[in-house]
Design a protein around this ligand. Structure first.
Ligand code: ADP
Ligand code: MG
Length: 287
């Protein structure tokens, strides 16, 4: 299910004095099975971009092609595309509305014609995938904690069994424990079920942990696109754009300033440890 954006421009309120160019000629190809992060300052077009991936927004100019189908073509079924590409918005719990958790999760698949025998199974599986205890199925979603409501909303998209999962700020507003737990479940979808992940986040630690490729947006354009480790190694450029870098990268940058020639393209504490150890060994060898 590759997704391609060809020269996509999106203008909100076109032909009015309030027109906003939110995307300006974006080219992006996302391959099957990727784990892609998208970062950038507020207002840089991240949310606008991800809403193009399943046709929720249409390009003002340019083309979005999903699995070979141009979303603008008459023959393309957006319904079918939305079954395959699940988009979870920022604060998705605001869209819960059914009287029970199970009904809320079942809503999407019921609407796309999944039969009732299969629905129960899908709801159960989706709840397990996000770590919701089965006994919550008959509770009202509005009685749950914020973190649990978020899980219900995510489970509702998972129940559609999407091949591509797009998450816009999935952990915003959650405490660190809830955040880690939700990310762990999302990562399993990727590693165990091969789901393509596209994650928008302000949290650089989340991005470092979850993604292999990273796109940086600014002013409606893609400014950087590379492996997550390589992009984070560009600490100065990211700082100029007002963005942080993960703590491990900052530690490595600090070591470099003190004269240790460590690489900056590390993503995890374990990689940093190995790099520091091998730098120390190199130092000894040279002495
Ligand atoms: P991000 O997700 O990176 O914060 P957005 O895609 O939400 O950025 O916004 C990009 C630009 O488009 C911003 O200037 C924002 O104010 C504008 N914008 C976003 N949504 C709308 C909308 N529904 N109507 C008008 N302008 C919008
Ligand atoms: Mg946004």
């Amino acid at each position: 299910m590759p997704i391609e954006l060809h020269d996509v421009t999106h203008v909100y309120m076109p032909d009015t004095p309030h027109a906003v160019v939110a995307l300006a000629g974006v080219n992006l190809k996302i391959e099957d099975g990727e784990a892609l992060g998208i970062i950038g300052p507020t207002g840089s077009g991240k949310s606008t971009l991800v809403q193009h991936l399943n046709g929720l927004l249409k390009p003002t100019r340019g083309r979005v092609v999903v699995d070979g189908h141009n979303l603008a073509d008459k023959g393309t079924s957006l319904r079918a595309i939305r079954r395959k590409v699940g988009v979870i918005f920022q604060y998705p719990e605001h869209q819960l509305f059914e009287e029970t958790v199970a009904k809320d999760i079942a809503f999407g698949p019921l609407n796309t014609g999944v039969n009732s025998a299969e629905i129960g199974q899908r709801v159960q599986n989706a709840m397990a995938m996000v770590g919701l205890p089965p006994e919550l199925a008959d509770r009202s979603p509005f009685e749950l904690s914020g973190g649990q409501m978020r899980r219900v909303a995510i489970a509702g998209v998972l129940a559609m069994r999407p091949q591509v999962l797009v998450l816009d700020e999935p952990t915003a507003g959650l405490d660190p424990r809830g955040r880690n737990d939700i990310l762990k479940h999302i990562q399993e979808l990727h590693t165990q079920h091969g789901v393509t992940l596209i994650i928008v986040s302000h949290n650089m630690e989340d991005i470092a942990r979850m993604t292999k490729r990273l796109v940086v947006m600014e002013g409606g354009r893609i400014q950087m696109d590379g492996s997550t480790a390589q992009v984070f190694a560009e600490t100065e450029r990211l700082t100029e754009m007002g963005m942080g870098t993960p703590q491990v990268v900052m530690v490595m940058a600090g070591l470099r300033r003190r004269g240790y020639c460590v690489r900056l393209d590390v993503q995890t504490v374990a990689e940093a440890r190995d790099e520091i150890l091998s730098c120390l060994k190199r130092g000894q060898a040279g002495a």
